[in-house]
Design a protein around this ligand. Structure first.
Ligand SMILES: Nc1ncnc2c1ncn2[C@@H]1O[C@H](COP(=O)(O)OP(=O)(O)OP(=O)(O)O)[C@@H](O)[C@H]1O
Ligand SMILES: [Mg+2]
Length: 509
């Protein structure tokens, strides 16, 4: 890609980027939220068609200009977007092979099509019946379906925009191994990721973008025992312009009395009667305390959090929630918010934001009472408050009137966080709060969480990233198959202990 320039109203997203990717390598693209990574890849794959950007694209030496994704696919380029784009009502097979069904005499041969889908699922390591509707899959499994879908087309260049952000350690590793295999087969991969560890372990080349410009490209050499010539600190310096000597901020403030307590919380699956998804969970969170909930995908952490948050999930939600020792009824979300609960969901696109509304309205949406007088929203005050929150969260935008859909992924995440912080919650439940957030901004968000705790907020932190759980929490619960399987003070915990407790399936201790 030569001297690529791309502007949106009010923003220059790409300011003359030149990117060279050698054939048959894994090339990582890194940079802060809003640096222009996704935009550059949308240019390359025809999502932003020829004519809407400046500069030139050469594929194997040949200039090419794509009028749309169909053109780039024909040239062997496939892109997997940061925000998944599956059709939820359709089955895995239909999603994977949409437009590529196996047919005989013009009629789709469903048997053969399912078989083909099953092969592709095996390749990405997803153990699911191909007839399952995609809506029944978790976000991690959906990511694997996306990859299977790309493999169904004949790809020469596979672009993955933050493919592992929703995956747990095991699944991420499987995906990275898959990239290695694809490289052996001569497929070139461009990988966008904020996870330094995986970038260092899998890439051959790393390009760092900052403010719409390519800052540098590092070549990763590996010596005989596989040690890479580029380490995480080197990348951080390239991205942030300085080293980060600490990855997690120190605890500040005191831990107070028990603020929220949950007793024997049990939840059934919404559609499968009798199937328990959350089973007898007992836990408490003190004022100023950050309690971690660690578990593998499907452990029931999100289901627990959502059922607590005004029964947003599940059937027959039973158990007791106490606030300062008194039972708190949370029959619906309104009651939960009024009771001081806030839940920042993991799936921001469908649950967290009004994508077509602006930053201002999204920020104040759940806390309108803080900007209203006599039941009427004071718009001036709303703008001031939204601007303040936006600055506090360091949202990169061209003002609070910007539509949330047009923000970069990480900045959308910051808006969701800001929205719930704006409700001034007493119990803040965070579900994968820094997914897709760059290292610098992650530190800032961690600092914000610490400050909220220091002000007396009780925090429940759900995260699949064990270093985050270990670095941020005072106490950690592990969850497996709907039950709590262990409780460890963070000071005594390490990744190995947590992993063991997270995979323990026996009876409760
Ligand atoms: N459709 C659009 N309309 C207006 N502005 C846009 C649009 N798409 C992207 N931008 C802006 O372009 C800039 C680059 O965004 P981009 O999504 O490429 O960032 P990114 O590097 O992928 O960030 P992240 O790590 O958060 O995903 C941002 O300032 C973003 O707000
Ligand atoms: Mg992006």
């Amino acid at each position: 890609m030569r001297d690529i320039r791309k502007e949106f109203p009010g923003v220059r997203a790409l300011d003359g980027v030149t990117l060279d990717v050698r054939e048959g390598v894994v090339h990582a693209l890194m940079g802060e939220n809003g640096a222009g990574k996704s935009t550059l890849m949308k240019v390359l794959s025809g999502v932003h068609p020829a004519g809407t950007y400046g500069g030139e694209i050469l594929l194997a030496g040949e200039p090419c200009s794509f009028g749309g994704v169909v053109d780039s696919e024909r040239a062997g380029i496939a892109i997997i977007h940061q925000e998944l784009a599956l059709v939820p009502q359709l089955s895995i097979t239909e999603n994977v092979l949409l437009g590529h069904e196996v047919s005989r005499f013009g009629v789709v041969d469903w048997g053969a099509t399912h078989t083909r889908a099953r092969e592709l699922l095996r390749r990405v390591g997803l153990d699911e019946n191909p007839a399952t509707p995609v809506s029944a899959l978790g976000i991690g499994a959906q990511q694997l379906v996306e990859i299977a879908k790309a493999l169904a087309k004949r790809v020469r260049l596979l672009i993955l925009d933050e493919p592992t952000s929703a995956l747990n350690e095991t699944e991420s590793q499987r995906l990275l191994d898959l990239l290695g295999e694809l490289r052996e087969q001569g497929v070139t991969c461009i990988l966008i990721s904020h996870k330094l560890g995986e970038v260092v372990s899998v890439s051959d080349e790393i390009t760092i973008l900052r403010d719409g410009r390519a800052i540098e490209t590092l070549t990763v050499e590996r010596d005989t025992d596989g040690t890479p010539s580029v380490d995480e600190d080197r990348i951080i310096r390239g991205m942030v312009g300085r080293s980060l000597d600490r990855r997690h901020p120190e605890p500040i403030g005191e831990i107070g009395p028990v603020r929220f307590e949950v007793i024997d919380w049990t939840v059934d699956h919404p559609t499968q009667p009798g199937r328990r998804v959350v089973d007898g969970v007992d836990l408490h969170v003190r004022a100023g305390e950050i309690v971690g909930l660690a578990g593998l995908m499907g452990a029931g952490r999100t289901e627990f959090a959502m059922s607590l948050f005004g029964r947003s999930y599940g059937r027959h939600v039973r158990g007791l929630l106490l606030k300062d020792g008194t039972p708190l009824a949370v029959p619906d979300v309104t009651a939960a918010v009024r009771g001081g609960l806030a839940y920042v969901p993991e799936d921001r696109k469908t649950l967290g934001l009004l994508l077509d509304d602006d930053i201002r309205h999204n920020t104040t949406l759940a806390g309108l009472r803080h900007v209203s007088r006599y039941g009427v929203v004071d718009q001036e005050r709303e703008t001031v408050e939204a601007r303040r929150m936006s600055e506090r969260m360091r949202v990169r935008s061209h003002g609070t009137a910007q539509t949330v859909r047009t923000l970069s992924g990480g900045n959308q995440q910051k808006v969701v966080l800001g929205k719930w912080m704006f409700t001034r919650p007493e119990l803040l439940i965070l579900d994968e709060p820094t997914r897709g957030i760059d290292v610098g901004a992650k530190y800032e968000i961690h600092l914000l969480i610490r400050r909220l705790a220091a002000e007396g907020t009780a925090v429940l932190l759900i995260s699949s990233e064990l270093p985050e759980v270990l670095g941020m929490c005072d106490r950690i619960h592990t969850m497996c198959e709907g039950r709590l399987t262990g409780e460890v003070p963070a000071a005594e915990a390490d990744q190995e202990t947590l992993m063991k407790l997270m995979t323990r399936t026996g009876d409760r201790p």
